[in-house]
Design a protein around this ligand. Structure first.
Ligand code: COA
Length: 386
């Protein structure tokens, strides 16, 4: 395998972007990544997008978007793994460069979710659950994660205040991220007083519905060194992908996210690293309980200790292992197909020392964890400064 580096990143402002189309937000981030990399041609474009057909009535995205960039003719493909579609696009690009199939790949993610009303957005998101055993019976994603939260509470004594502490931390980090959807300071009391969506998850325990796109350029480490100039070269040293049953009812143990654990184990093995080696981490906090369970599954904390770790400040910007310095999906927003790429961009920014007010001093090794549905798939990448 060849060593792979990230040589360009591009992110647009996340939010309710009613004045822009899917193709325009995608092109905005793609052009920013190409400019950052200093390249104007690529061997492949890969696009993570969960459900453009349901959200904006557009399929056949890869050809449409290659053309939008003036690159019709270039190989392009869309990949899908629900909310982990962006992470899967990154893994696809990594595999292309590592294998020698492509030298330079534009990795992108996009979702335009706010052009439909809330009920239609909930339906589109719900297609990532098992339709026969879950969707048909009326369950939505807040409901599925609420069940995971209830189990975690019963088994480990996790409290609503500890769930709320995740939202407080991530909104505090989001205040420092100019691209975030919400620049909003919230307290534990605010979270507990917000509307109950699915017990025990309040509105402020949930990630929002978001429009957004994100893009990265990957190439070989040799080419990256030529292109990077004074910028540090960030390598992708580990990539892990795993699946689990989609249906919660079929899982042996609902208190752990098995796909996250397996994907992390595979990424750590490839990178020859351990959880203790990490300096900064982005996890898939689509709901506050998801962050707690993901940090346990990755191995940052023992099972049952993820909740107290947040409450004790271990994962804050100044903590032992900062988690979701970008504001996470909670505050930065969660355009489902773009989130996996945006998480990796935060890690690259941190490792390059370009994260501004949310910079983790001395960050050299980082991890990004993306998740599909209620844990039916997960993708983990480990990145290091060359
Ligand atoms: N966090 C913070 N604020 C939020 C928010 C969130 N998750 N969701 C909505 N808001 C704010 C809105 O900005 C709006 O504020 P305003 O009155 O100042 O304009 C207000 O709350 C009401 O917004 P609205 O869009 O009417 O909320 P809603 O009740 O339709 O939707 C949720 C709220 C939580 C149901 C929706 O955000 C949701 O479905 N989130 C989960 C998305 C999801 O499942 N993603 C996939 C995960 S696997």
């Amino acid at each position: 395998m060849r060593d792979v580096a990230v040589v360009g990143i591009g992110l647009n402002d996340f939010g309710e972007l009613w004045e822009k189309s899917l193709r325009s937000i995608w092109a905005e981030s793609a052009l920013a990544a190409l400019a950052d990399a200093g390249v104007d041609s690529v061997d492949l474009i890969t696009i993570g997008s969960m459900s453009p057909g349901l959200f904006v009535g557009q399929e056949h995205l890869a050809s449409l978007l290659a053309d939008e960039l003036g690159m019709a003719g270039v190989p392009a493909s869309r990949v899908e793994s629900a909310c982990a579609s962006g992470g899967l696009a990154l893994r696809t690009g990594f595999a292309e460069v590592a294998s020698g199939l492509s030298d330079t790949v534009l990795v992108t993610g996009v979702e335009k979710m706010t052009d439909v009303d809330g009920a239609d957005a909930t339906f589109a998101l719900g297609t990532a659950a098992d339709q026969e055993w879950e969707g048909f019976h009326g369950i939505t994603f807040p409901g599925l994660y609420a069940m995971l939260a209830q189990i975690h509470m019963q088994r480990y004594g996790t409290t609503s205040e500890q769930l709320a502490a995740v939202a407080v931390k991530n909104h505090a980090n989001g205040l420092l991220n100019p691209h975030a959807q919400y620049h909003l300071k919230v307290s534990v009391e605010d979270v507990l007083a917000s509307t109950m969506v699915a017990d025990p998850l309040h509105l402020l325990d949930c990630s929002p519905v978001t429009d957004g796109a994100a893009a990265m350029v990957l190439t070989t480490v040799e080419r990256a060194k030529e292109l990077a100039g004074d910028k540090p070269v960030v390598k992708i040293t580990g990539s892990g992908l795993a699946t689990d049953t989609i249906t919660l009812a079929n899982r042996e143990d609902l208190s752990e996210l098995r796909a996250v654990r397996l994907a992390a184990e595979r990424a750590f093995k490839m990178a020859d690293k351990k959880p203790e080696d990490l300096h900064v981490v982005e996890v898939h906090d689509c709901f506050t309980i998801a962050e707690i369970m993901a940090t346990e599954a990755i191995g940052l904390f023992d099972p049952g200790f993820g909740a107290s770790a947040v409450e004790d400040g271990l994962t804050s910007l100044q903590g032992k292992i900062p988690v979701n310095t970008s504001g996470g999906l909670k505050s930065k927003g969660h355009p489902v197909g773009a989130s996996g790429v945006a998480q990796a961009i935060e890690i690259v920014s941190q490792l390059r020392g370009e994260a501004g007010q949310r910079q983790v001093e001395g960050a050299k090794i980082g991890l990004a964890q993306n998740m599909g549905g209620s844990g039916g798939s997960s993708i983990v990448h480990i990145m290091e400064v060359e």
